[in-house]
Write a protein that binds this ligand. Structure first.
Ligand code: ADP
Ligand code: MG
Length: 455
């Protein structure tokens, strides 16, 4: 079917938008849109549901109009038409049935008692889940699913790196659904558990029961589905469980540490099921979000940490929320041990020693290289005997860091620095330690060097 001019118009808009937004956002919000018509300066856009409509309206409308006007200045506004289509393929040229915004209530199985075997942890709720632009999409999607399980987005596929809140979000969704829809049979499980259960059911000749058991849930949450890779039998069973639940309007939620496309060795039909509903990614939290998370956690744990210390932690730990929590736990334990609040310097010292050192394996070479790079001198000058001022300070700092962050012994460091006596190293170490107490510039320099070393 040849494209009409309006279709071409929307194609151009999509091409532009694709450059502006992340892949996940594009797939989620734009891939299932098409143009209906352009009339009297108003462009009517087909969208799959009211949630997409709201989202486009609130977040993207300005950009869409701007792009449209660049192509056709007579365009004044856009409007949305909610369409429904059974197929997950909402190709731009496909015919779409326009219907009124109506909700099909899925047949949910009622049950008279709530089973506590669903493995939901009450600690993970929406209330203590901090939202920033890094996880906004995933959060909004999960909230929407929690509001109307089985109706809006099925399946919901959340993906993102380690420690970024996937399990928390999945569990929060499960907890909310359990609270608001107490009659629904909910199940949270990990892919590993699913696979193990399948294996033992094969051994015990109970695969039938295994399958039947999974098919009776109204909400099935499967965490870390990337582990299904290469497990053919699990993939097959998951596929069948999925289909049964899906066809009966039951909600399925997955998480994965990567997008469906990037999971190696999975059957194409399973991959397309993963991609068939709503996909949302969680990226690394921005600085403000990291601070907000630290604040939420300190409140939760009832610990007192100065703002400046939190800022310091948030400026160093950037990629993993679990590590932020780990840092707080460590500081909290120390606070209790000492029976007093830590000063900022104490916090930093503790943090540097316990978290940073264990986090990254700092090597001798790395310290030398980082210090030399920082002062823009050749590494060899650090080892030579020159007394020139521009070499002495970097050399002493290198020795200090080798002692403090690398745990090198004084004789070891002396020997590495051209066979100097260990007392020379002690002298350097003390000079820098004392300097740190009063010399702000030195403090800043060392902080920056550590940032380079550890980040
Ligand atoms: P993942 O499953 O992605 O590896 P988790 O959900 O286990 O990550 O999160 C790791 C830790 O960080 C958990 O203790 C969780 O409560 C916390 N966490 C993650 N994201 C958030 C958030 N947005 N707000 C508050 N805490 C969070
Ligand atoms: Mg997890």
């Amino acid at each position: 079917m040849p494209q009409t001019n309006t279709e071409k118009l929307w194609d151009e808009v999509l091409n532009e938008i694709e450059l502006l937004v992340s892949k996940a956002n594009f797939v989620t919000w734009f891939q299932k849109t098409s143009i209906k018509e352009s009339r009297n300066g108003i462009v009517f856009i087909n969208v799959p549901n009211s949630f997409t409509k709201e989202w486009l309206k609130n977040k993207y409308e300005k950009s869409i109009i701007k792009i449209l006007r660049e192509i056709d200045p007579s365009i004044r506004a856009i409007d949305y038409v909610i369409c429904s289509q059974h197929s997950t393929d909402y190709g731009k040229n496909s015919r779409q049935k326009t219907i009124k915004e109506e909700r099909v209530v899925p047949q949910m199985e009622l049950k008279d008692f709530y089973s506590s075997k669903d493995s939901l942890n009450p600690r993970y709720v929406f209330d203590n889940f901090v939202v920033g632009s890094f996880n906004e999409l995933a959060h909004a999607a999960a909230m929407a699913v929690a509001k109307s399980p089985g109706i809006i987005y099925n399946p919901l596929f959340i993906y993102g790196g380690v420690g970024l809140g996937k399990t928390h979000l999945l569990q929060a969704t499960g907890n909310k659904i359990r609270e608001d829809f107490p009659n629904l049979k909910t199940k949270y499980t990990t892919t590993e558990k699913f696979t193990n259960e399948l294996v033992s059911s094969i051994q015990n000749n109970t695969t039938f029961e295994f399958k039947e058991n999974y098919k009776k849930y109204d909400l099935l949450i499967i965490d870390d589905v990337q582990f299904i890779s290469r497990k053919n039998k699990s993939q097959e069973e998951l596929f069948h469980v999925f289909n049964t639940l899906y066809e009966n309007g039951k909600q399925i939620i997955f998480s994965s540490d990567r997008s469906p496309k990037s999971i190696p060795d999975i059957e194409e039909r399973l991959r397309s099921r993963f991609e068939g509903g709503m996909m949302a990614d969680i990226t690394e939290p921005e600085f403000e979000a990291r601070i907000a998370i630290l604040k939420t956690k300190t409140k939760e744990k009832n610990i007192n940490i100065a703002d400046e210390s939190m800022e310091y932690i948030a400026s160093v730990l950037k990629t993993n929320i679990r590590e932020l929590e780990g840092a707080l736990n460590m500081l909290s334990a120390q606070t209790k041990l000492l029976g007093k609040n830590l000063t900022i310097q104490e916090t930093k010292d503790l943090f540097n020693k316990n978290i940073l050192y264990s986090k990254k394996k700092i090597t001798f070479g790395k310290i030398i290289k980082t210090v030399a790079d920082f002062y823009e001198i050749d590494e060899q000058y650090l080892f030579e005997k020159s007394r020139k001022k521009e070499f002495v300070l970097p050399r002493q700092i290198a020795m200090f860091l080798l002692r403090e962050d690398f745990n090198g012994s004084y004789p070891f460091i002396g020997q590495k620095f051209g066979g100097r006596d260990h007392t020379t190293v002690i002298h350097a170490y003390e000079k820098i330690s004392n300097g740190l107490k009063k010399d702000q510039r030195l403090k800043n320099d060392i902080q920056k060097i550590r940032d380079f070393l550890y980040v």
